[in-house]
Design a protein around this ligand. Structure first.
Ligand SMILES: [Zn+2]
Length: 376
């Protein structure tokens, strides 16, 4: 475990856990939801507002930042925290997932991935060593190993070959990361939906030794049932005393199901992206503010929510600014969505701490099943 970085498990309830990750830049309460600040900003939000929703940590994207404005420029300007004015912990992904989904002219070899930028066509190379260098230049608190993630469904042969490449890259990431007090390096388990491959991957990673472990290669098109069936066993292959991170998840019910199965950290663009398309996530489920039913509705989006969108505005106003494409629509709905996600995490943490997770989860599902308030 890196000096200055630590994980304390405080309570468990079934497979679910609650605890605290300590870093020199502040504590991360787990289970934690990390808003995504793709290009040095959580879109439509000021950093203070993101913090006000209850976020302890943000995620930054290596792929986007290396292309624009470049990691070297950010380092020169004092690192990512200072650059974006977020002084709490930042986790950066390795760039591996996005290079495969966004870049053009990709060439994957044992060495790494050569590709052309989707921004300006410029040529780049990402390898375990280069990814570690970039994440160090950014000043990331939690660094992710460079890995390869096949899209599912894929044959066991394809998944096994890719997983073993990722495990060789994990060793190279560990070697390149070196000893950096106060900074953590997480390994990423692969293996698709194959239990034996997941176990083999976990053994390889724990043999190398990391400060935390991600369950990678899920939420890539396999569906919730398949994802949960992997999460029924995969977290159990990882050391109990280290944080477990499920990458790219998810919808509120994905989050609840993952936490029930022993996941400690998650990230997703969903609350911020939905906020820019007129969709709100609430205790009653998803609410589409574009819908004409809200046109004359003077009631708040959620009467029990304390976010600025719900405290100060009506559904009619939110409907109007969404329809008129006003910037405040993105601001208010992103704030509400992030607030709701963080409130859900706090509810999960409290319930696990007090040994009443089953009741909390039953209430969560019952409220969603009852649906949105009746139209006026
Ligand atoms: Zn709200």
């Amino acid at each position: 475990m890196a000096t200055g970085f630590g994980f304390t498990l405080k309570a468990t309830d079934g497979a679910a856990r609650t605890g605290v990750i300590a870093t020199p830049r502040g504590e991360i309460r787990t289970p934690a939801f990390m808003p995504v600040g793709t290009a040095g900003t959580v879109k439509a939000m000021m950093p203070d507002s993101v913090r006000a929703t209850g976020a302890d940590i943000l995620l930054g994207n290596t792929y986007h930042l290396m292309l624009r404005p470049t990691a070297e420029r950010i380092a020169h300007l004092g690192g990512l925290h200072r650059f974006m004015n977020w002084h709490r912990p930042i986790l950066t992904d390795s760039g591996g997932f996005q290079v495969m989904s966004l870049a053009s002219l990709r060439k994957l070899t044992e060495e790494g991935v050569r590709f052309s930028s989707h921004v300006d066509g410029s040529k780049h190379m990402l390898s375990p060593e280069r990814s570690m260098e970039i994440q160090k230049l950014l000043g990331s608190d939690i660094v992710m190993c460079f890995d390869e993630c096949p899209a599912l469904p894929a044959t066991d042969e394809v998944v096994a070959k890719s997983m073993r490449l990722s495990m060789r890259w994990a060793q190279r990431s560990r070697d390149a990361f070196g000893d950096r007090p106060g900074h953590a390096l997480f390994g990423i388990m692969q293996g698709g939906v194959n239990r034996d491959l997941r176990e083999e991957s976990a053994r390889a990673l724990t043999g190398i030794g990391f400060d935390g472990y991600a369950v990678g290669g899920l939420a890539v098109g396999e569906g919730q049932e398949a994802m949960f069936s992997v999460l029924d066993y995969a977290p159990g292959f990882l050391p109990e005393g280290k944080p477990r991170y499920l990458m790219g998840v998810g919808k509120p019910d994905d989050i609840v199901g993952a936490v029930e199965r022993g996941i400690d950290m998650m990230d997703c663009v969903l609350p911020s992206r939905s906020g820019r398309t007129g969709q709100a996530w609430t205790r009653m489920g998803a609410v589409n503010l574009k819908n004409a039913r809200h046109k004359d509705d003077p009631r708040p989006l959620d009467a029990d929510c304390t976010c600025p969108a719900c405290r100060n505005y009506s559904r009619a106003y939110l409907h109007h600014v969404v329809k008129a494409d006003e910037i405040i629509a993105s601001m208010l709905l992103t704030w509400h969505n992030l607030h709701y996600f963080q409130e859900l995490m706090q509810g999960l943490r409290d319930a696990i701490g007090e040994g009443r997770l089953a009741g909390f989860v039953a209430g969560f599902h019952a409220q969603r099943a009852a649906g949105d308030i009746e139209p006026i």
